[in-house]
Design a protein. Structure first.
Length: 191
């Protein structure tokens, strides 16, 4: 699991609805489709997977999964961007989720980039493929100049993903129960 933020260039500025992301996009091996209520059974299965959820605060029950989906659907309506369900293009099977959400970090508005893949999809480069595409979409379609991402200090796999898409480590948080490592990347000419 990876969490991160897209930093808005002006702390008072919010993403405009005209900056909306597409409802679907493809990478070489993935089709990302806007998360809808129809994805609830898949999200429930993801949230019940103990290996996947170990780095995300533990498993969630069906009610929490339903609340998650409802919140992400509202987020799309409110902000014009949000989470996608990732499908393997070859098989059509869902393999994870990834996308953006509006949040605040250190008192400034940010867009969080997050992803989670099912364990049988780990180690295949899909996380790098998804996060690289999301970063490109953010710089192309959202009024942002920089991206930041946060991962657990013990999650070296996610740290390598961030490094491979061009992010640089900028520090470690004091979060409990486990510190997190923060990475950043900027649009060309914006640092």
């Amino acid at each position: 699991m990876i969490r991160g933020h897209v930093v808005l260039p002006n702390s008072r500025r919010t993403i405009q609805r005209s900056a909306a992301l597409p409802n679907e996009f493809n990478t070489k091996r993935l089709c990302a489709r806007r998360l809808t209520p129809a994805h609830l059974p898949f999200i429930i299965a993801m949230h019940e997977d103990t290996a996947l959820m170990a780095s995300m605060g533990g498993t969630r029950d069906a009610a929490a999964s339903r609340a998650y989906v409802d919140g992400r659907v509202r987020h799309w309506a409110d902000h014009g961007y949000g989470m996608f369900v990732l499908h393997d293009i070859a098989s059509g099977d869902p393999v994870g989720r990834a996308g953006f959400k509006h949040a605040e970090s250190t008192g400034r508005p940010v867009v969080e980039i997050a992803y989670a893949l099912l364990p049988n999809s780990w180690g295949k480069g899909l996380a790098q493929e998804a996060t690289g595409a999301l970063a490109a979409l953010a710089f192309e379609r959202l009024p942002v100049d920089g991206l930041t991402a946060i991962t657990l200090q013990t999650n070296r796999a996610s740290q390598r993903v961030l490094e491979k898409i061009g992010m640089a480590c900028v520090g470690v948080t004091n979060d409990a129960p486990e510190p997190k490592v923060r990475y950043e990347m900027y649009r060309a000419g914006c640092r």
